[in-house]
Design a protein around this ligand. Structure first.
Ligand code: MN
Length: 728
């Protein structure tokens, strides 16, 4: 039970919260303050006697979460209440109905959302279940974004107090934080929270690195401060002379971003050149537009210090998708050191610090324009969520990609801007405008030049989509588009138009037969279907219609002997153009290894992880729980990986082997054959007796050299004494 000292702590913490609410004057109605007091009393009673792992009374946690919500994020009364009550339903005997009776429908809905999210991230949940739960959790986005923000506050407090958890729980919590919560905070424009989440994750994930960087930063602090004042004094003088009402703060990059840069570039802390940033926050004059004042300040600074032209970042005309607005530049400061300068008005600064919550506040002033990008994004997430075809893991991957991608801003022919994720191509753009444009797209005019649909867009491009009424989507588009939205539209198209697809396939086939002078016969399909790896006519027709198979070699197939067929050969490709997390590139010279936990086979959706300090890439199925875990732990080692295939006429060959039987020889044999992906086995027959074995293998090979390679591989297996090719 609680002691008098516990009660004192509880009372103190709550009074701190209340005085913050008072000083920020968040109350809109007369009884708002009383409501918060009632909420606290209710939660305190419900959690009474329960302690956190740290030994503190449990209620200290909901109070802290409410405090983060109001003090650091700028949320209001309802959010404070929901935060105070957020663990009541999950951890005590009270129900959502009880909350509704006491605090009304809105609060009970928010608490309900938070309860569901808690279940989603519960440590005891199976990993495979976790993705499904995350999906559910993100569904709350469609109801009330505040719920997600309170969840972030909850997570932040848990991260701040992570030290008292067991190590296993720590790993799980910081992995999730890196995989989902930090990017989510970023996406909602909550930069401060995002950086703190990242720093804390690093602290527990790589404690040594964290310690080293933070100690070094502390050591050099006075030197750094000296430098920053040397840098800012001349700016301050000029700004005063120009009558600008401003505030300058010097700041250092976050420990995590320094660490990431050191990792990425393999450099020491001393070599991270853009350690410094200064921020100028100004109170705008009413008579001059804010934007113009940003540029005015920019010109004052660049008169003093030479700017790096390639580092100018202008987010004042076109804000980032999360609403961020500012003008950034990098200048050459005294002693030849680069420093970043961020220029923001007070309004821009509040948006940058408090993200979404600030958008609401300024909504009236900007006519709702500021938040439109964010609204659009939330709508997109909602659309993706509502499509039942997406399985949860796939969804999470796409969502995650969506969170991380930076943006490009392109123009429609009418000069309207569109924000697309970096990596999007013209086809994504087409689908972003409308599915009917995407489905009929045949090409694009980018900056008045005709370009293929797969052309990746860069900021500033003007894009016009060329369409044709006869055009239809192609199945390979699935692998070419970048956005979840485009993928979804293409999937939908193929789902709905099955009969049309089959008819098209049939027409293509009939035309090919006619053109190549082949006589239609009943037995034709007996040869054609296996040659193109199809089990049924419908499969064959639909693949044909979607362009998965082409009939260039139909003549060869039909006239060939029964012992040859078109075989698909698979290889792995490590995508260079897709840069996830901006960190890793794979190259074809990289070694790869198929993961033994999920054994991905050709055609599976796969993902690669680059092993630190080597060029080995381990390939997992995307749906593999191990991969998910790996991704949440070492997200920046991800290498986007796809299978690619080519189809080649192949010939049936037969090999005879014999040797001394030993444990595991069969396994070694099958690994040797399947690892060599270019092999299509038709039959393996092995007999073993009295410590010796012999067997026959029938397989399709491209040519003699291919066969020789395989035979070399097999004969190098311990225990194989004899290998020999024969004709059946
Ligand atoms: Mn909690």
């Amino acid at each position: 039970m609680f002691t008098a000292k516990d009660d004192l702590i509880i009372q103190e913490r709550f009074e701190e919260l209340l005085s913050i609410c008072d000083s920020l004057d968040i109350y809109k109605r007369d009884d708002d303050r009383d409501k918060i007091i009632r909420g606290f009393k209710f939660a305190n009673e419900a959690h009474y006697g329960v302690r956190r792992k740290s030994g503190e009374p449990y209620i200290v946690h909901p109070i802290a979460v409410a405090r983060i919500a109001v003090e650091e994020i700028g949320l209001g009364v309802k959010s404070v209440l929901a935060a105070l009550l957020h663990d009541v339903v999950e951890d005590t005997d009270f129900s959502v109905e009880d909350i509704e009776r006491h605090f009304g429908k809105k609060i009970s809905e928010m608490v309900d959302g938070l309860t569901k999210m808690k279940a989603a991230t519960d440590c005891s949940t199976e990993i495979s279940q976790q993705a499904e739960n995350f999906k559910k959790m993100l569904l709350t986005l469609s109801n009330d974004v505040r719920v997600i923000i309170i969840k972030l506050a909850d997570r932040l407090h848990n991260m701040r107090t992570l030290g008292s958890m067991t190590q296993k729980k720590q790993v799980k919590i910081f992995s999730e934080t890196m995989y989902l919560f930090a990017p989510l905070a970023n996406r909602l424009g909550l930069y401060k929270i995002k950086s703190e989440l990242e720093d804390l994750s690093l602290k527990y994930n790589f404690p040594e690195d964290y310690k080293q960087i933070s100690e070094k930063l502390a050591e050099t602090e006075s030197e750094r401060e000296g430098y920053i004042s040397m840098l800012t004094e001349p700016i301050a003088e000029k700004l005063q002379a120009a009558n600008v009402d401003y505030e300058i703060t010097g700041r250092i990059k976050s420990i995590y971003s320094i660490w990431k840069k050191m990792q990425r570039k393999q450099i020491s802390l001393e070599e991270v050149y853009d350690l410094f940033a200064i921020r100028i926050i100004f109170k705008p004059l009413d008579i001059i537009p804010e934007k113009a004042q940003c540029w005015h300040i920019y010109s004052i600074i660049t008169e003093l210090y030479k700017p790096r032209p390639d580092r100018l970042r202008e987010w004042i005309n076109i804000p980032k998708a999360n609403g961020y607005e500012a003008l950034h530049c990098t200048v050459m400061g005294p002693r030849g050191r680069w420093a970043e300068v961020q220029i923001r008005s007070e309004r821009m600064n509040e948006i940058a610090e408090k993200g979404f919550a600030a958008h609401w506040k300024y909504k009236e002033f900007s006519g709702g324009k500021v938040e439109s990008e964010l609204d659009k994004w939330i709508k997109e997430v909602r659309d993706a969520l509502n499509s039942s075809t997406n399985n949860a893991v796939e969804f999470l991957d796409e969502f995650h990609l969506n969170l991380y991608s930076s943006e490009v801003v392109v123009f429609t022919p009418k000069g309207e801007t569109k924000t697309m994720p970096k990596g999007a191509n013209a086809l994504d753009f087409a689908y972003d405008i409308h599915s009917s444009i995407g489905n009929k797209a045949i090409g694009a005019k980018i900056n008045y030049k005709i370009q293929p649909l797969y052309t990746e867009l860069v900021s500033g491009d003007q894009v016009e989509i060329l369409t044709s009424n006869n055009a239809t989507p192609k199945v390979e588009w699935m692998n070419k588009v970048f956005t979840a939205k485009a993928k979804q539209h293409i999937k939908n198209y193929f789902k709905t138009d099955i009969q049309g697809t089959l008819n098209t396939g049939k027409e293509i086939f009939e035309l090919a037969i006619k053109n190549q002078g082949i006589k239609p016969s009943r037995s034709l399909f007996k040869k054609v279907l296996p040659a193109y790896n199809c089990a049924y006519k419908d499969e064959f027709y639909s693949k044909l219609a979607m362009g998965v198979i082409t009939l260039d070699d139909l003549g060869v197939v039909v006239r060939s002997s029964a012992t040859s067929k078109i075989v698909k050969y698979w290889s792995l490709q490590f995508n260079n153009t897709l840069k996830l997390l901006g960190a890793n590139k794979g190259s074809d010279s990289d070694e790869h290894k198929i993961s033994e936990c999920c054994f991905p086979s050709p055609g599976d959706d796969v993902i690669g992880f680059k092993q630190p300090g080597s060029n080995l890439i381990i390939v997992h199925k995307k749906s593999c729980p191990e991969a998910l875990r790996e991704a949440s732990r070492h997200g920046d080692s991800i290498v986007p990986t796809t299978w690619s295939s080519e189809k080649v006429m192949s010939y049936l060959s037969h090999i005879m082997i014999s040797g001394s039987d030993r444990m595991g020889i069969l396994l070694d044999l099958s690994i040797a054959i399947t690892k060599h992906m270019n092999v299509n086995i038709r039959k393996i027959k092995i007999d073993s007796h009295d410590g010796i074995f012999d067997g026959n293998i029938s397989l399709y090979v491209k040519n003699d050299e291919d066969l020789k390679n395989i035979m070399d591989k097999i004969s190098s297996i311990k225990g194989i004494d004899y290998i020999h090719k024969y004709d059946e």
